[in-house]
Design a protein around this ligand. Structure first.
Ligand code: CTP
Length: 152
């Protein structure tokens, strides 16, 4: 593939091998929105040998915590993280789904207490079954598998 769709960064976090089309949700999970002060670049649907197509997000000047980055595994389980300092990759790791997630996901069960008028923070227990990430609601026990649909 002819490099580079986005240029290399000096310092910051690169999230690579994001499932095609999911970069926008990745930004949401990281809490990066129109109010961000960082330089953020994103490409969607670039060709990838391993994945066919993939997305990439680069956040300059910010070293995002591993805990926060691992939440990306909910929707992009193949994502790799590269922490860059002075243009060099200082750390590279694959995201790992957290065991428990608070907030971020919404329970699809209308009768679940987490959807009652009084706001309750959602809690989900995460597991991987047949390579698929699934989440079980702490309050009503509902299992959800296509997590992309339930990100808030
Ligand atoms: N990258 C960057 N700025 C740097 C160094 C790397 O933005 N100073 C980005 C690259 O553009 C790439 C990712 O970080 O998107 C990983 O870089 P590298 O390990 O060099 O690429 P690959 O070998 O293709 O990665 P992998 O082994 O994870 O497939």
């Amino acid at each position: 593939m002819k490099e580079l769709v986005i240029s290399k960064i000096r310092d910051g976090t690169v999230i690579d091998h994001i499932n095609a089309g999911k970069a926008i949700l990745v930004l949401k999970i990281l809490g990066i929105d129109e109010n961000t002060k960082e330089t953020v670049s994103m490409v969607l649907n670039v060709p990838s040998k391993k994945m066919g197509k993939k997305d990439i997000v680069k956040v300059e000047g910010l070293f995002i915590s591993e805990e926060k980055l691992n939440k990306i595994a909910l929707i992009a389980p193949n994502a790799t993280i590269n922490l860059i300092r002075e243009y060099e990759i200082k750390k590279k790791f694959k995201v790992k789904p957290p065991e428990i997630v608070k907030g971020i996901l919404k329970c699809p069960n209308r009768l679940c207490i987490s959807n009652a008028k009084e706001p309750v923070e959602t809690i989900f227990y995460i597991s991987v079954k047949n390579g698929q990430v699934v989440a079980k609601c702490h309050y009503c026990g509902r299992n959800i598998s296509d997590l992309t649909k339930f990100i808030v």
